[in-house]
Design a protein around this ligand. Structure first.
Ligand SMILES: NC(=O)c1ccc[n+]([C@@H]2O[C@H](COP(=O)([O-])OP(=O)(O)OC[C@H]3O[C@@H](n4cnc5c(N)ncnc54)[C@H](OP(=O)(O)O)[C@@H]3O)[C@@H](O)[C@H]2O)c1
Length: 253
């Protein structure tokens, strides 16, 4: 249960090695925090991340989680609850970027990205939300992207999955509001993280820490959606209406 100040005591990070996810966890670690669970496909890497978070009074647990193994998602959430009790906040941060245009020529790679980013995100989010409905409280932070607001030719498979989960989260969040569960969608622009190493930064590029600040502020204000940085909301208000031939020539990184 969140404490009286609305600070979560138990946080579950799905995609437990995500740079952005871990920055959000660090930003939310108030004295109220008791437990952090890092759900990772690479448990060894997760243990290294856990070591960086642990301190007196904070339990950091690492559990195996594969976003692609959709039939395991309910069991993963159930075992987290069995070990640690109610989940106050879940951060859904796992995703694959793929190799841009190459991915949209490679059926197997496209299928994997679509399965993990779209199907896996939906099943994991529903598994967590079902538990939160039973609790009668909880918050979900879902990492979307500006890439889904208007999908670019540079990476249509990734962008398409982000458009899909963003739409899902909007409708699902509205449904969950009636059950006392708060869904917040985070739409970052280009973030310097493991996912973007070696890629040319897009305009308004930011850091995991800045995304985390925006996320924490949005959670405190019970926002439905936040952009990181905030200016991208206004940039994309315009960009989504730019005619196709112009859009295709824009230098967006
Ligand atoms: N970086 C950006 O520019 C940017 C911009 C907008 C939105 N986002 C979104 O923000 C979220 C976090 O990204 P990030 O920047 O923090 O990148 P990141 O550090 O590469 O994190 C991605 C995470 O997804 C995990 N993952 C991938 N496939 C998985 C699977 N099948 N099962 C479980 N976990 C899996 C990765 O695990 P491993 O450590 O084992 O690889 C990693 O923990 C993603 O949803 C991403 O789409 C990122």
């Amino acid at each position: 249960m969140d404490n009286a100040l609305g600070e979560p005591q138990t946080i579950l990070l799905l995609g437990g090695t995500s740079d952005i996810g871990l920055a959000i966890v660090r930003e939310l670690l108030s004295p109220a925090a008791r437990t952090v669970v890092l759900a990772c496909r690479n448990v060894e890497k997760g243990e290294r991340a856990a070591a960086g978070l642990r301190h007196d009074g904070l339990t950091v647990d690492v559990v195996a989680f594969d976003g692609a193994a959709t039939d395991t998602h309910e069991a993963v959430v159930a075992s987290v609850v069995e070990r640690h009790g109610d989940v106050d906040l879940a951060i859904v941060a796992f995703a694959l970027l793929g190799d841009g245009e190459a991915t949209s020529r490679d059926v197997a790679a496209a299928a994997e990205i679509a399965h993990v980013n779209f199907t896996g995100t939906i099943t994991a989010t529903i598994a967590v939300a079902n538990r939160m409905r039973t609790q009668g409280h909880g918050g979900i932070v879902l990492l979307s992207s500006v890439a889904g607001e208007r999908v670019r030719s540079a990476n249509p498979v990734y962008g398409g999955t982000k458009a899909g989960i963003d739409g899902f989260a909007q409708g699902f969040g509205d449904e969950l509001a009636g059950d006392g569960v708060h869904m917040m969608i985070v739409r970052p622009g280009f973030v310097h993280s493991a996912m973007t190493v070696g890629k040319k930064a897009a305009p308004f590029a930011t850091t995991p820490e800045k995304v985390a600040e925006v996320t924490a502020k949005g959670l405190r204000a019970k926002r439905r959606m936040v952009w990181a940085p905030g200016i991208l909301r206004y940039v994309f208000m315009t960009l989504r209406h730019v005619p196709g031939p112009v859009w295709r020539r824009l230098p967006l990184g």
